[in-house]
Design a binder for this molecule. Structure first.
Ligand code: ZN
Ligand code: ZN
Ligand code: FE
Length: 764
């Protein structure tokens, strides 16, 4: 019979996901000879035998669950008369072009190994296999091989290397494979440096705060039902009111505290194992302490995703607080030395190990909004998955540096764009250092060396300074234009599109602070078609931390003399001195910025209603306002089905065209809202009406310029507000408007870099 030979090239996520073992088993089953190797271009197979076409088809069809073949081809090759099928060592190649897998939560099979007292990995905290375990966080360079990960410090023992080389074994070519004999070791210390036995379960049970080294960095951990421990952690961490994330023993246990829908359950159980924002069950008895998420109606919950997490749950608790270990405003801690030094005075114990973390990575955070998962933070479990574009071609390798808050940068070349993990706010020196460090190492992992860059137009951002110092050509991008194009890029659309961008802060072309914008455009350019009317923001971004002052400035500007006089009762929380300073600022305009920010509009209402007087974390005033509204809705639904969805009264507002731009005017909105409040209407009802009103205003604004069948982009951090976004989606659906939202990136500033980059790509 005619013997054939073929070379098959497969690219995508095909390394570190058990792809070569899968190829080996398939070849074995089909009697095919030859070899497979990881190359810098993905996986390359030399195959000889009959049925090569079927072999190729089955390779694509039956690939392992974590693999994603993105491109593939099969070409005729020279027949070598191979006697066996082999897996050969990776070859080094400077032109690396392969995708690295994100980290993967511990799989069911590994959990079984850990639970079996006869298994040699019984209770072993680094159990993993080709289907699970650390990936991105331990990779120093490509191609993905043990030598290029932080597991290179741990030579495999005899038994492990037998498993590693046995094609029938689940750990065949699993790079981080290890056991008790040869693998990393966990150690527990107290604050004096005394070594203690165990994994910290007793310490947690007794109310201790343990700093635990995880996949992407340290967590501070305590028993979530222990109110004293939770309060101590909040005080020591100087965290203000920012909610703590929880790790729950199981979905079943979590159901006692939060409402979990099918999509949310799928996310919780997914191999990325992110934090999912869930609505709290409304009940009195047996609930978690208020200090976990003060003033809000949701909880962020994730499931155990490393072997060590599963060992922590040998304790009697069902929920652990698991908050990223960093000092306020500083980057995530990921090395033993820094943790032991910096977390003195915060943690009572340190549960550390000697496998290094190479790419620090926070937990990802998602929320289901309008039946789809929306990223609030994209990091562990998702990075470094690329966005593949077909309508955009990045000819010169490019860097988008991203925004100043919730930063993530983006590198792109050809049809591939890689967004870094969430790196936090670029305000302090250390965060900027982290940015530099990751920028260097991320370039190696994704094999893109930028030759040009894009940055935000704001002249005072630290990253603007960084951008201007770089030796390449550069292009500055308007903030909200980048938000619009980021979504268009995700949807692979190039034609000009209408977008409503609602977010906190971004510098506009006219020097004002923009943030509630109707833009029409694409990567080549945009027109500002409308916006929220300008209102005075005393103190600019610093003033944004005081919602009541914003409310004061807005109302004093908008209301007539008589209306203003009636509001006296609202300002009792402001001192005489504060009011005098505000009055003078508003008269002279000194340090007063004109803003159309949507974030500040929500802040003002939150301050006005006394929901949030001082902001201790970004977005707090708006998040608490949404919570007050959501609780109201929940209670009303319970009492009287049907209301308020059907008969909700909206506040009046005005759309007026000035200089060919459509302005959303909110004088009547505030006058009526204040009137309601002074007449004793509940805060919840007012907050609910306000959300519905803004949703209607967004759609009305869009209808002014939208042509039939045009889609509408919704982007910006305010669309992380579930109540608002779902109201907008409902109105759009009723009008038959196709909505484009972020799906692979956060709608807030975490997705900004991608938009910046695509805009610069058009210009440069
Ligand atoms: Zn596994
Ligand atoms: Zn071993
Ligand atoms: Fe923004």
């Amino acid at each position: 019979m005619d013997q054939q030979a073929k070379t098959i090239f497969l690219n995508g996520i095909v390394q570190g996901v058990g792809f070569r073992p899968f190829v080996f088993r398939l070849a074995d089953e089909m009697g095919i000879k030859g070899r497979v190797n990881n190359s810098s271009r993905g996986v390359t197979i030399h195959a000889e035998g009959d049925n090569l076409d079927l072999f190729y088809r089955r390779l694509l069809k039956e690939a392992p669950p974590l693999a994603k073949v993105m491109t593939s081809r099969s070409v005729l090759a020279e027949f070598e008369n191979c006697a066996t099928f082999e897996i050969v060592q990776s070859e080094a190649d400077p032109d690396v072009d392969v995708f690295i897998s994100p980290d993967v939560a511990t799989c069911e099979d590994c959990l079984k190994d850990m639970a079996d007292s006869r298994n040699r990995r019984y209770r072993f905290p680094f159990t993993n296999c080709t289907n699970c375990g650390p990936r991105y966080t331990i990779i120093r360079d490509v191609p993905y091989d043990r030598a290029k990960t932080t597991m290179s410090d741990f030579p495999m023992c005899r038994t492990c290397s037998i498993e590693y080389r046995d094609p029938q074994d689940r750990r065949f070519h699993a790079q981080p494979v290890a056991c008790k004999e040869c693998g990393p070791k966990v150690q527990l210390f107290d604050t004096w440096g005394h070594l203690l036995p165990g994994f910290g379960v007793d310490q947690l049970t007794q109310g201790g705060i343990v700093a635990v080294k995880g996949l992407g960095g340290f967590h501070l951990v305590c028993d979530a039902r222990n109110a004293q421990a939770v309060r101590r952690l909040r005080e020591r961490k100087e965290r203000g009111k920012k909610p703590f994330a929880l790790m729950a023993r199981s979905v079943e246990k979590a159901c006692s505290e939060v409402v979990i829908g099918p999509e949310e359950e799928r996310l919780l159980r997914s191999s990325a194992a992110p934090i999912v924002i869930l609505k709290q069950q409304l009940k009195l008895a047996g609930s978690l302490p208020m200090d976990i998420a003060p003033g809000i109606h949701t909880l962020g919950i994730m499931l155990p995703y490393t072997p060590l997490h599963h060992l922590l749950f040998e304790g009697p608790y069902d929920f652990l607080v698991m908050t990223s270990a960093n000092l306020s405003g500083r980057p995530l801690i990921y090395s033993n030395e820094v943790a032991m030094e910096t977390l003195q005075g915060i943690a009572d114990y340190f549960l550390i190990h000697n496998r290094d973390i190479y790419h620090p990575c926070d937990d990802s955070v998602l929320q289901v909004i309008g039946d789809e998962a929306v990223f609030l933070r994209r990091a562990r479990g998702f990075v470094p998955l690329p966005i593949l574009m077909s309508s955009f071609q990045v000819k010169t390798p490019l860097l988008g540096v991203g925004g100043e808050l919730k930063n993530a940068f983006c590198l792109a070349a050809g049809e591939r764009a890689f967004i870094s993990q969430y790196l936090g706010d670029m305000e302090g020196y250390e965060n900027l250092q982290r940015f530099h460090q990751e920028l260097q190492s991320f370039q190696r992992v994704v094999n893109i060396t930028p030759q040009a860059l894009a940055y935000d137009q704001h002249p005072n951002y630290q990253l603007t300074q960084f951008a201007l110092e770089q030796p390449y050509s550069k292009h500055s991008v308007q903030h909200h234009h980048a938000h619009l194009v980021s979504v268009l890029g995700e949807w692979d659309r190039t034609e000009p599109t209408l977008g409503i961008i609602c977010d906190g802060t971004g510098l506009g072309e006219d020097g004002c602070i923009w943030g509630f914008e109707m833009l029409y455009g694409n990567a080549s350019g945009y027109e500002r078609k409308g916006h929220l009317e300008y209102l005075p923001l005393p103190g600019g971004d610093a003033g944004a931390k005081h919602p009541l002052r914003i409310a004061y400035a807005y109302l004093k500007t908008l209301l007539t003399g008589d209306e203003w006089k009636k509001t006296e009762a609202l300002w009792t929380a402001l001192s005489v001195n504060e009011r005098q300073i505000l009055d003078r600022q508003l008269e002279t305009g000194f340090q007063v910025f004109q803003t159309s920010s949507a974030g500040r509009l929500f802040d003002a209402v939150s301050g006005l209603l006394g929901v949030c007087g001082k902001v201790t974390y970004e977005g707090q005033a708006a998040i608490e306002l949404e919570s007050v509204a959501a609780l109201f809705l929940h209670q009303r639904r319970r009492e009287n089905a049907g209301w308020p969805q059907n008969v909700a009264r909206l506040y009046p507002y005005e759309l007026s065209v000035e200089n060919s731009q459509c302005l959303l005017k909110v004088k009547a909105l505030f006058a009526n809202l204040v009137c309601d409040f002074l007449n004793g209407v509940s805060r919840g009802e007012i907050a609910y009406r306000f959300h519905q009103t803004i949703a209607q205003a967004i759609v009305d604004l869009a209808m002014q310029f939208r042509r039939v069948r045009d889609p509408l982009v919704l982007s910006g951090g305010v669309f992380q507000n579930k109540l608002l976004t779902e109201a907008v989606l409902k109105l759009c659906q009723a009008k038959g408007i196709e909505v484009l939202r972020s799906r692979a990136l956060p709608p807030g500033d975490g997705g900004l870099a991608f938009g910046q980059l695509l805009i610069a790509n058009e210009v440069l």
